[in-house]
Design a protein around this ligand. Structure first.
Ligand SMILES: Nc1ncnc2c1ncn2[C@@H]1O[C@H](COP(=O)(O)OP(=O)(O)OP(=O)(O)O)[C@@H](O)[C@H]1O
Ligand SMILES: N[C@@H](CCO)C(=O)O
Length: 313
């Protein structure tokens, strides 16, 4: 579930009156997602997403995310910009939270992508990187490599309750990745969380890239490596059809060819991605009660992916 903050119909009607979007017809909480509260809002004119930002999204980062979305939307990328109200304000306050009314995009996220869908999604990521070449916004990556060791230390040996020896295993894997992490590859604004659930599709066509709330300045090829780690495996972390990973890279390179150095770094960058998602999932696992309404994501699926990149790639 992802409705942490309840918004009554009366409050929502008053809120919508700030905008030129018609009157409220219906509002439904959206179950998917774990970070923010999302509502599907229908008015007499159109359909929207209302997002209330919960604890993980810092209100101070919203102007960066919204500028990035506006930049991409202005270049024709299928991203959902926030709608400005009658005074031109897009970032609002609602029920004590920062909140935005966002354009609704059609499409569904695929749970088991085909190679053709992976190819289209890879191309969409490359289009996004190219479109952001002249984006001047900057946000240090709050989940980037510099943050992994502090997060590992915060999890500490509690990790061993998830799997015996996990802390030492990650400590060593991280030391290897830190010592080899490339410092010379092209950087720019990256999505940093382009999992299948953040890509909306109709058939083989990408109709939406959503959930930019981890976007930051980082290595472009790292974004692709994150995507590979999320798309080329099943939910338990076992490799999916090898064609999917291949199609993802081919799709990306059909728009933005990688340099030799970028290509050579992909497996290492993917090991970093595995550590990043393993740690954030492990932190949530250790700090979310088992009976909470939010579904905890399996950290060990990312240990299996890490092993695959260490052994195979
Ligand atoms: N602009 C949009 N158009 C259509 N559907 C959307 C849009 N934004 C969000 N959704 C829907 O709402 C769901 C949750 O959105 P989102 O992934 O942004 O939430 P979240 O809480 O930030 O989730 P998480 O970080 O766990 O992926 C999506 O899976 C999608 O179904
Ligand atoms: N995509 C992340 C969660 C939210 O960003 C994961 O699967 O661990």
């Amino acid at each position: 579930m992802a409705v942490y903050t309840h918004v009554s119909a009366e409050t929502l009607s008053t809120f919508l009156a700030r905008y030129d979007v018609g009157d409220l017809v219906s509002a439904k909480g959206i179950a998917e997602g774990v970070e923010n509260s999302n509502y599907l809002v229908d008015t007499t004119r159109d359909r929207f997403i209302l997002t209330l930002y919960e604890k993980r999204v810092a209100a101070g980062d919203l102007p960066y995310f919204m500028a990035l979305l506006d930049h991409l939307a202005a270049k024709g990328l299928p991203v959902p910009p926030a709608i400005p109200d009658r005074t031109g304000t897009a970032i609002q306050q609602l029920e004590g939270r920062a909140a935005c009314l966002i354009r609704f995009l059609t499409g569904v996220s695929v749970s088991h992508p085909t190679p053709e869908q992976a190819r289209a999604a890879g191309a969409a990521m490359a289009q996004m990187h190219v479109a952001l070449e002249d984006f001047t916004g900057d946000r240090p990556n709050s989940m980037g490599i510099a943050e992994w060791r502090p997060l590992l230390d915060r999890c500490g040996t509690s990790l061993d309750t998830i799997q015996p020896g996990l802390f030492a295993r990650l400590d060593a894997a991280l030391a290897d990745v830190e010592s080899a992490w490339p410092r010379h590859l092209p950087t720019g604004a990256i999505h940093a969380d382009l999992f299948p659930d953040n890509v909306l599709m109709l058939g083989d066509r990408v109709t939406g890239l959503i959930d930019f709330y981890f976007a930051a300045t980082d290595i472009l090829a790292y974004d692709l490596a994150i995507m590979h780690s999320a798309w080329a495996f099943d939910g338990a972390g076992a490799p999916a059809d090898a064609e999917i990973g291949k199609a993802l890279y081919e799709g990306y390179e059909s728009v933005r060819p990688l340099s030799t150095d970028e290509r050579a770094a992909l497996a290492l960058l993917a090991r970093g991605a595995c550590i990043r998602f393993l740690l954030s999932r492990a932190w949530d696992w250790l700090n979310t009660p088992a009976d909470a309404l939010v579904t905890r994501k399996d950290p060990l699926a990312y240990l299996r992916r890490l092993e695959w990149y260490e052994q195979t790639a």
